[in-house]
Design a protein around this ligand. Sequence first.
Ligand SMILES: Nc1ncnc2c1ncn2[C@@H]1O[C@H](COP(=O)(O)OP(=O)(O)OP(=O)(O)O)[C@@H](O)[C@H]1O
Length: 815
Amino acid sequence: MAAQEAAVDAVDSADPTREETVREDRSREGAEGRAPEPDGDTVRDREIAIEQTHLDRVYRRLEEKIGDAEFLMRDAAKLGQVGTPGALAERDAQVFRAGAHLSRLNNEFEDFLFGRIDLLLGQDGKKGPDGAYTSVEPAEDAVRPDGSAEIAETLHIGRIGVLDAEYAPLVIDWRAPAAAPFYRSTPVAPGRVVRRRVIRSKGRRVLGVEDDLMRPELTARLDGRELPVIGDGALMAALGRARSHTMRDIVSSIQAEQDLVIRAPAASVTQVEGGPGTGKTAVALHRAAYLLYQDRRRYAGGILIVSPTPLLVAYTEGVLPSLGEEGQVAIRAVGHLVDGAEATVYDEQAIARIKGSARMLKVLRKAARGALERPRPTVTVQDGQLTLGEDTPGTPERLRVVAFGRRLELETDELRRIRNTALGGTAPVNLLRPRARRLLLDALWSRSGAAGRHTDPELAAELRSSFDEDVTGEDSFRLFLDEWWPELTPRAVLAAMADERRLSRWARRVLNPGEVRRLARSLKRVGPDGTGPLSVHDVALLDELHALLGAPARPRRKRELDPLDQLTGLEELMPQREESQRERAERLAAERTEYAHVIVDEAQDLTPLQWRMIGRRGRHATWTVVGDPAQSSWPEPEEAAELRDEALGSRPRRRFQLTVNYRNPAEIAELAAKVLARAMPGAESPVAVRSTGVVPRFACAVGRPLGETVRAEAERLLDRVDGTVGVVVAMNRRAEAARWLAGLGDRVVALGSLEAKGLEYDATVVVCPAGIADGTAVGLRVLYVALTRATQELTVISDGRDAPDADGVPELLRD
Ligand SMILES: Nc1ncnc2c1ncn2[C@@H]1O[C@H](COP(=O)(O)OP(=O)(O)OP(=O)(O)O)[C@@H](O)[C@H]1O
């Protein structure tokens, strides 16, 4: 059929102002031949009706599948009643599979069909496992010389794949290879895609469709009729939506440069850089879902995402469940990576800089060994009274035992020599206790005079063993050992480091006296028993100490019987023998939580010690590392890069750059670029994808209480936007800011500049930029982060320190 005249057809109920260009009015029979008579009379209505028909089919099929899964579960329960071990195992496997299937289906029932592509005939006509043609490029004769072509294949894309009863694809999983053209195709490199459609639906209802033509030069036909094109604003509509306190997935509008990262092969290290709002976090989360889809056996439960703050964890943790991956990925804040130790405190910049630095490795190594020795109690004499300064006794200086009826004694110097010998090498301190114990026994044995009594080696060995039994059976020996070589915990060593005198010994020639004083003072917070509040940087110290100390040596417990072993009698076949020191060390290392893939978000902020901590969790992992050097709050990038490279190992690296800012309107991005130019001269800003026409506002609190000005501005913005308002202040003003905003409701949040990392709000108020920047290069980068959080509106409030001009523009934000 010849193309009809182009028609301009209004109107979508959701957007009455938009006009749409349609090349052809499609017939009422429906272009897919399956569509019933559409209700509405616009082209848009008809296209929606076509998609509705498809969605109805998909739902019918899903209901069938849910019925199957429920049947499988009932059937499995019946199998369990048979009672043999084989039937039990089979039932468990079936229940597990059916349960997982059911919860997945139910989960993804909502809003899971979101895309469609209409494709030309492929080069080779081969089909992949999902039933779609695999060829990316069109066949040579797919386009006729007159520029017309037939649509050979239509694919619908959704959150999971659904096949019809004949195994033809009703929906392709967004992660399947066949879905890649939905994300990758552009008018410059369209491949086989002629039309790309984003379908907006809620529950079972299709609400709208938005099309992009990838080959506008073609007159393409589907079932003999020309393809209509509806709207063009899927991405813009997504970006313009109000923000809530949780991040949304971007599965229906992933852009080509992002898709390359999401689907990058996992075998190597994937490194992604990009400015604020380029989708790094979103891409990292979608990549986790993609890896699970690619190789579920390898990655289920084995992906770790490290996030900078608990706030960002809370903000992002809904995304993976919305992609159907509930509970498969651990998202942890960097201060919550060590079990049983949750950071609740931020260190000042100067302290953070000491604690995070690679120099601390030397200090911690010394502390882990030095903490074995407790300082002598300080003795004070007052009014003739003698007082011991500490509760705990100092390290015992003499060992006295009775063996073979003789009193044996080891004095201070001998004990010190034994300790130093035992500590030789780099093995974890707690694992060296058995070695120290043996050396003590050796020394006592040589004092006993019994050593030369027998020349026969067997008799000599027997005598020695009964000597050892004699000594170790004595309470005095056991008590001595506990005092002289106590089992150390990371927290106890951290607490020991709060003693400035001891710390200065351990930090000699590494930290200067001022640094030692500041560090010791900060560690006082953890208290004498190490149970006080921890900072994010303390947690990395604890993890390093954990590695240096090793888990305490314990007598080996009998292996617990596995119920499966009971069934098969495997236990009897297992050789029972003592574990060697090395085996134990290996076992303990393996028992630490390790992951198959580690994704690091906001990687630019990690300190050298944090890289080591994360590295220990991914010793055999592949990696995805996303970050932006221009947003770094860590002052020594070279040092961190060295430890990062150690953590990532020698795997090949693939580097990607994201270049488009999807968060900030151009007006806000332009203002932030001024700070970027100061923070990192020469660095390029990402290109903002949209503009709102609303320029940032400047307000001045000179001669007016700051709190009042901030509150009034927050109230004004709450009226202007539907979603959230973030008020960003310098870290030391957080409590104050929370008071300023009290009672304004939960759409508004006060947060410190470091807490703003990765988050976004419809509108933000940045309070006193000079206070946030604090005259440092790091501070300027943190200010850059603060200024790039808004999706719609930004207000900057200055006080005297900001030196605002007559328009209220602070010095830091002027050209
Ligand atoms: N392809 C896309 N379609 C729709 N929205 C997108 C797309 N890419 C990114 N966004 C949105 O842009 C915003 C910024 O994304 P994200 O937070 O992942 O950026 P980022 O690079 O991690 O930023 P920052 O470095 O500032 O933390 C989010 O709201 C995200 O949903």
